[in-house]
Design a protein around this ligand. Structure first.
Ligand code: FAD
Length: 288
């Protein structure tokens, strides 16, 4: 049984968190602390990002995923990006994830390395996430993929983006996690279109609380999510009050989560990053 089947069988909407391998020294100590605090809120799983551009942190991702399972008894999903991988490199990652005991993998293309990244122009045998899914399934992982309620930023239309999503399901993906969005109506429209296009696997909806104007601007420019006017008004209202803005961001995200829950979506994924305060607010809002 995968993580969604288990939660649905128990009659609940799965709630998951996302964390990242901290940068710099004492990385695993810091990760241990974040993993412990996030696990304490009882999520159905925690997913662990990996950096496509930086290249080197697959080891950390696998180690943190393994720590979540063995030490904190929480299911984990390890992200795996393929944009700068060769076939040989993919085999090594698979062996590394297997050795760490990883069971669930989120197959991703990854953000393209920027010009200042050491991986810029590095050889790659893969252009799309769907291309690595068969090898991951063959290796025995339960595999998920990323979905885009407003269409992927490089894709000309939402319909085409959903066709590409379907290719991931056809390749064997058994769940999807969405990109963040600030207007639930976009998500409902997407879920409807995805269903009509033959997507049958669970789609868990990703919500990220905004923290600052700088962070939200960077995020929307990177992923192409729309900023609805209620969010723009909050950014204006608390322009010179960063603490109130961060709180307003958490409150807004909690309202989105409650609304999604009422709509009976397949799952809720909170981009907690390594902030236990976000996990706490989300779980409280969801009555868990
Ligand atoms: P794909 O599914 O491969 O799609 C990439 C683009 O190619 C899209 O425009 C798609 O429409 C198009 N496409 C797909 N198939 C075809 C085809 N056959 N022909 C033509 N075009 C096609 N990035 C990281 O670096 N590390 C992470 O840990 C990470 N975690 C993420 C988690 C989630 C839940 C999400 C939503 C995103 C995450 N990302 C992460 C960002 C992600 O890597 C980027 O959004 C990236 O630009 C696309 O990745 P993908 O796997 O969705 O790509």
């Amino acid at each position: 049984d995968d993580i969604f089947t288990k939660a649905h069988a128990a009659g609940k909407i799965p709630v998951s968190f996302e964390m990242f391998p901290p940068k710099g020294e004492l990385t695993l100590d810091k990760a241990h602390d974040a993993a412990k605090k996030l696990s304490a809120y009882g999520p159905d799983f925690i997913s662990v990002t990996c950096s496509a551009g930086g290249g080197g942190n697959f080891t950390q991702t696998a180690a943190i995923a393994s720590m979540l399972e063995s030490e904190f008894n929480v299911s984990s999903v390890a992200h795996l990006t393929c944009i700068s991988l060769t076939q040989e490199g993919l085999k090594e990652r698979i062996a590394q994830y297997k050795a760490a005991g990883v069971e669930n993998v989120l197959a991703l293309r990854g953000d393209r390395p920027t010009k200042d990244s050491p991986l810029y122009g590095a050889p790659s045998d893969f252009s799309f996430a769907a291309q690595i899914i068969p090898a991951l399934i063959e290796a025995g992982f339960c595999v998920g993929g990323a979905a885009y309620p407003e269409g992927h930023i490089e894709c000309e239309s939402l319909e085409t983006s959903i066709e590409h999503l379907k290719l991931k399901q056809d390749a064997g993906a058994s769940f999807f996690v969405t990109q963040l969005f600030f207007d639930n109506e976009y998500c409902y429209r997407f879920l409807d279109l995805a269903e009509k296009s033959g997507i049958t696997v669970p789609i868990t909806c990703g919500i990220m609380p905004f923290v600052s104007k700088q962070q939200i601007t960077r995020m929307v420019l990177m992923c192409g999510a729309s900023l609805p006017s209620p969010v723009i008004k909050l950014l204006a209202k608390y322009d010179d009050d960063p603490a109130s803005l961060a709180q307003a961001g958490i409150d807004y995200a909690c309202r989105q989560l409650q609304d999604l829950k009422e709509h009976g979506v397949d799952g809720l994924h909170v981009y907690t990053m390594n902030r236990p305060s976000v996990a706490s607010a989300a779980m409280q809002a969801l009555g868990r």
